[in-house]
Write a protein that binds this ligand. Sequence first.
Ligand SMILES: Cc1cc2nc3c(=O)[nH]c(=O)nc-3n(C[C@H](O)[C@H](O)[C@H](O)COP(=O)(O)O)c2cc1C
Length: 360
Amino acid sequence: MQPLIIGRHSVPFPLIQGGMGVRISGHKLAGAVAKAGGIGIVASAGLGLNSHHYNGRNYYAADKAALAEEIRKAYEIAPDGVIGTNCMVAVKNYDDAVRTSCEAGAKLIISGAGLPLHLPALTADWPEVALVPIVSSVKAAELIARKWKKSYDRLPDAVVVEDPLTAGGHLGASREEIEAGGYEQYATVRGVKAYFRREWSLNIPIIAAGGVWDRGDLLYALEQGADAVQMASRFVVTEECDADLAYKQAYLSCQREDIGLVMSPAGLPGRAIVGNLDGVRGYDVTQGTRCPSGCLKKCTYKAEQDRFCIVHALDRAQRGDVETGLIFCGRNAWKANHIGTVQEVFDELFAEGIDAADAV
Ligand SMILES: Cc1cc2nc3c(=O)[nH]c(=O)nc-3n(C[C@H](O)[C@H](O)[C@H](O)COP(=O)(O)O)c2cc1C
């Protein structure tokens, strides 16, 4: 069994729990994953909304306070574990989320939904915090590495390669590219690995994200050249996932054909359960809302009331309103058939170990 080592941090199992914004992965899930021997990730986006810090008018202050609190509580569950955060470049309070993560003791920052070109500047005072960009192409990894080296004399400690054909949430390719289906996840994983070896003599972990559901998928990813996997949807159907039970039940009852693409007001496609999209869009129309929180740097809803307010749609789903809430999920979420514990997921994935025979 190969431990996963990212920068100065190491865990026994080659597994990161993917950040899931607007409190799908808060302290309970991240803490449980870290306790089980993986890397637990608190997603920073929109964390304040369903928290006691939020009073309806203080979105940014509540987000900041909630993020620090969630990291602290995750460490209460796993005092010696590795807890990190997911910070989305596309949100307006990105810089604040990164700095707050570092102050509160996050051991790594995973950052995507845009190119995290300035991430090392934000974390300069915390050199022990590992930096992990999310990309969906070799080109994006090259751009980030060149910029970081030139401007900050820093390179990534690991890279997450996220498959737009299978991952949940916001995706790193256009709708047309995704629908054309030509993307090859493991060619990208190997390409990114080779790039860092060739260009920088660096053997950093390359982590495959998207569509990994069971032990067979995990072994396949490792066999295809990934050093570890990032899994998100599978962890939604755990007792520890921070979402309401109705959210988890939506995964249990959805079929393969219920999962599709939705254009986010952030300008990116996202993968979600699409059966209730009329309800998601209709909510803002009937309520007459106009950008209640201003959370995104660029937002078609804020600019011209096009599409819907995504952060509040995700928040409604997280609280259990599956009629008008947006339920992000990966392409394999239909495989969910019961709610178990995080430890059970680890037992299934790793109980037999990963020996050379399995992984070759
Ligand atoms: C409900 C949900 C919310 C997500 N939110 C985020 C997020 O806030 N930031 C991010 O970078 N990725 C987000 N993702 C992507 C995951 O972190 C992960 O990379 C991806 O879903 C992995 O694929 P899987 O769900 O098939 O395991 C989200 C995924 C899901 C399912």
